[in-house]
Design a protein around this ligand. Structure first.
Ligand code: WAQ
Ligand code: MG
Length: 252
């Protein structure tokens, strides 16, 4: 029987995040014991070579996961839409998300917030009806944690998807799958990496890549999870996102 570990890295400049340091890089994996050393080294390398700057704080955490605690879920479907310039992004989002009961002014203000956010370390949770933030997590936001692909499932999954051989994208699909499974109606995401301008939205169990989510060269970005505040159990929802170990695909 395999022994699973959660491994998490976060790096910042100007001290730790909680002491006001500026976020540089973060990563999450669930791996077997024999991979721990290699993955730890890769994560430290990733922190030290990030385009957002040079960290002076790196935290690496490793926790063993009890086999019975592991949840296995399916990945979301993936799609890509055309979006030629950033000036059209809002309208593209509006059309795409028309099936949801989301007011235009709420969508647009969340979009404006997301592409300019340079403070929140995780995601914000917003009620889809009122457009108000409901998580009370301040600048730390909600960090989705304890998720990864099952390695052999991932190998098969990427086989017929030419566009999905990049680590960042695969990590985003895994995170989005856990977020969708938690009961999120819609996730909006824009990277905070200055060179990475493709973002995504996930709704109705589909991850839709959106080129030109923001302008190139901007070191800001964020994530928004839209939920129905009248039906969701917020504590259970956040607990699942932060703590429940989830593998995408595969079997126990
Ligand atoms: N949990 C919650 N929020 C997070 C997490 C997390 N584990 N990691 C990052 N965030 C928030 C945080 O506010 C960041 O500023 C923001 O999301 C963006 O994070 O298919 O790279 O890691 O090509 O920069 C999308 C890929 C990549 C699209 C997204 O996000 C595609 C990306 P980043
Ligand atoms: Mg980033």
């Amino acid at each position: 029987m395999e022994k699973w570990y959660s491994i998490r890295m976060r790096a910042s400049e100007g001290g730790p995040h909680e002491k006001g340091g500026c976020h540089i890089s973060g990563a999450e994996r669930i791996i077997e014991e024999k991979e721990l050393e290699q993955v730890a080294a890769n994560m430290i390398n990733r922190a030290l070579t990030h385009s957002r700057g040079e960290p002076d704080f790196i935290s690496l955490k490793v926790d063993k996961i009890e086999q019975e605690a592991m949840h296995i879920i399916s990945p979301v479907q993936v799609q890509k839409i055309d979006n030629k310039t950033q000036s059209e992004t809002k309208e593209v989002l509006k059309k795409l998300l028309a099936p949801l009961s989301l007011k235009e002014e709420v969508l647009f203000s969340l979009y404006d917030w997301m592409i300019e956010d340079d403070q929140t370390r995780g995601a914000i949770i917003v009620d889809i009806h009122s457009g108000k933030r409901i998580d009370n997590q301040g600048l730390s936001g909600v960090r989705v944690s304890h998720f990864d692909w099952d390695k052999s499932f991932r190998k098969k999954w990427v086989r017929n998807k030419n566009d999905f051989h990049n680590e960042r994208r695969l990590e985003a699909v895994a995170l989005a799958s856990k977020v969708a499974k938690a009961g999120t109606i819609c996730e909006l995401c824009c990277s905070d990496d200055p060179e990475y301008t493709t973002g995504y939205v996930t709704f109705q169990h589909t991850y839709v890549q959106i080129p030109n989510m923001k302008k190139k060269g901007v070191p800001r970005g964020g994530r928004v999870f839209l939920v129905d505040a009248s039906t969701i159990d917020l504590d259970a929802y956040m607990h699942y996102l932060e703590k429940t170990p989830v593998l995408i695909g595969g079997s126990k």
